[in-house]
Ligand binder design. Sequence first.
Ligand code: ARG
Length: 466
Amino acid sequence: MSRFSQPQDPIFAQLNASISFDRRLAPYDVAQSRAHARMLERAGVLDEEELASLLGGLDSVQEELESGSFPFLPDDEDIHMAVERRLTEIVGAVGGKLHTARSRNDQVATDVALFTRDHAARTVADLRALQAAVLELAERHIDWPMPGYTHLQRAQPIYLAHHVLAYFWMFERDARRFEHVLEATALLPLGAGALAGVNFATDRRFVAEQLGFEGVMPNSVDAVSNRDFVLDYLAAATTCATHLSRLGAEIVLWSSEEFGFCEVSDAWASGSSIMPQKKNPDAAELLRAKAPRVAAHFAALAGVMHGLPLTYNKDMQEDKEHLFDAVDTLALCLAAARGMLTGISFRQERLAAAASDELIAATDVADLLVRRGVPFRQSHGVVAGLVREAVQSGRKLSELTREELERHSDALDGEFYEVLSQRSWLESKVSEGGTALARVREQLAYAHDKLAVAAAPARFNGDQSA
Ligand code: ARG
């Protein structure tokens, strides 16, 4: 019997079905169903024989899914219904008992939580691998001077290792954001039923333990309404993809003839179909361009959840494609970034030449005056005047005469030329977190420690096997 007197309109069925994409949840749905069936037996809802036949049937379903022989039917609306339908075909009427004390509302929330937890753990692992590549790159270029930029104008010289390590810390924060996602998926939604709880004395904690959750969600209404953890994943993915886009953008710039700072390996570049001389950094360009796609998934789901009345609404079915595409896009980008960084080569002379422009030492000259008691604001103005005079007369700062210097400030003497000739502009940046070599080495050691701690067994292992 059905409540309805008309069959579904085929267009409605098409709009309503999620099977084309949620079949990806199949392994989680089967794992969840095993745990749920075991719990039902312990609660006395199923007898031992029924449990055995359900578990045997679920094994067959899993095999069919894994081998690709699972017969999806046009009427399968979503993965939950497809699994139950097939299970019942295999084991007979007892298959219909599996859905006792469960609703698709708590079922889908649980599948998506398992999927999200699993993939957040994988993203953390991908980030750690990328951090290791960044660290290795920094170590190989520990004392290579290059210009540091603000507004894409040469600002102050730094070591290449220092610049590269900036990405290490971005990825460190990203890893923490994904670790937070593990915490956001630590409590089991299943057992909430449709929204109010179920009419059986179920043991939710047993199910939680079977599926690797740390506990159960304390409120059934919240349990089926909640998609925070998907938003958390997408938010973390947005920030991470944004970091990757900045890395990509820098590689695009730096590998141009105009900069000539680096070259991506042939394995990560393409040629032009018309211009034989071209070597294009496509991978870096795509790292740059993928970020808004991930951000759009976050914005889209935030829009879906916005103002949505409690509890479950079909709108929430729209969580999955955004999540899946963000997961795949990010995994691809993280792997590409790592591969590209592993094969990239830098040009020491080009970097050094750009970093030896004397104007880049303007801050150091200003600080020389500060050490003589001139307030920084005033010394900034003095040096700005010197730079202007040098630039206007087509000379280097060190080509200004003693008399010219004295006209700008009586605190200026021969040490001005020493500051410019000693080239100690990098080694003078001794503050903690600065670019002086000793500080960069300190930073490298700190980064190594971080990675070592991260390699220790995680609190959440994402293992959802029973
Ligand atoms: N396919 C649905 C989803 O992804 C499963 C939950 C359906 N629940 C319902 N009450 N219709 O959200």
